[in-house]
Design a protein around this ligand. Sequence first.
Ligand SMILES: *Cc1c(COP(=O)(O)O)cnc(C)c1O
Ligand SMILES: [Zn+2]
Length: 401
Amino acid sequence: MNKCWLVCAECRKQIPLALIGRCDCGGTLLVEYDLERAKHRLNSVPLSQRVTSLWRYSDMLPIQDEDKIVSLGEGWTPLLRMPNLEQFLNIHSISVKREEQNPSGSFKARGFSVAVSLLHERGIKKVTVPSNGNAASALAAYAARANMESYLFVPKDCPGLIVEESGNYGAHVYLVDGFIHDAGRIIEEGREAEGWFNVGTLKEPGRVEGKKTMGYEIAEQLNWQLPDVIIYPTGGGSGVIGLWKAFHEMKGLGLVSGEFPRIVSVQEEGCTPIVDAFLNVNESACLNKEVTSAPTGLRVPQPPDGSLIVRILRKVNGEVVAVTKEEITAAQQMMGRLGISSSPEGASTLAGLIKLVEAGSISSHESVVMFNTSHAMKYLDWTNALPYPIIRSYDEFVSKR
Ligand SMILES: *Cc1c(COP(=O)(O)O)cnc(C)c1O
Ligand SMILES: [Zn+2]
């Protein structure tokens, strides 16, 4: 446990820690910590002696009361080298961060473990979130663990298995005729009357803090040598903010040195607000025109703070890549044949990597980390779209023999 407060990413104003996401100036509020105190604690209790969940970095997380931590064993996921891919793409080192192994089957668990812990500390009992699916089921799981009621609002084309999964955690799930921002609007209309706390992207500081632990983990797993390139499937973008924040903090703590990794944001064609804003130089243009992409975590037409994400991508010499549904499907099959179950979002990082290598943006001596943010099983619609039948009958097998 450490001392912390909020600071505005725009005007740098500091205020005490609170469950708010926006400064008066409109900027995103992020948590800052007493680094000296964290250094001291890291020296007195070495990481090797700590829990194997993201809570091993609790000195750099905003919870004050250890008893209020709401954990289902999230984080500390494997970082797996991919020798076949390294050979195929002629890149020195490629690793996959296996985020699909988190509770509720996606990396959304990280953000909600920290956010729900903050809410639990303050006695909040009713929570809500607008989501494309995984944020909803993660909130449902952590709310169940903390004995809270959850109200989830998802687009009606959200993968059906994620809706069922959320119901299994005891959540109230509502299907919305529209996109994630329409779900967000419906929540805001009912929030006060219903007494809900909205845990939507950047509405409170916990979710970014949870996601930043991905940055700490890859650093620790790579023996405090940061990779050259990180490929991140981007929707609302809180993971980009979290990774960048982790690099800054780790530098301040003396854990890492040198250049920050180049973060590459991958989005699917048909909903590319971050890609467009980055390429147009017009950073406020984070409103996409017509949305035609698939219902996945990448489909966020109006990211809450796109300009901060674009600024971060520029600061780290990052890049953006748009990939098609066909490219994602091909990458998903390639991941499958390498033994990794990967969701469309997770597979989009491989589709993006292939494009970057073709464009010469990554040189062969560099190291790359891709985030496999969820597994294939939640998205059977995609799996069913495979150009060959997955399941054949035993009779067919016998008749061919
Ligand atoms: C939410 C989500 C993303 C996008 O993450 P952000 O940090 O919100 O940009 C990517 N992949 C999956 C599986 C997700 O659920
Ligand atoms: Zn401000």
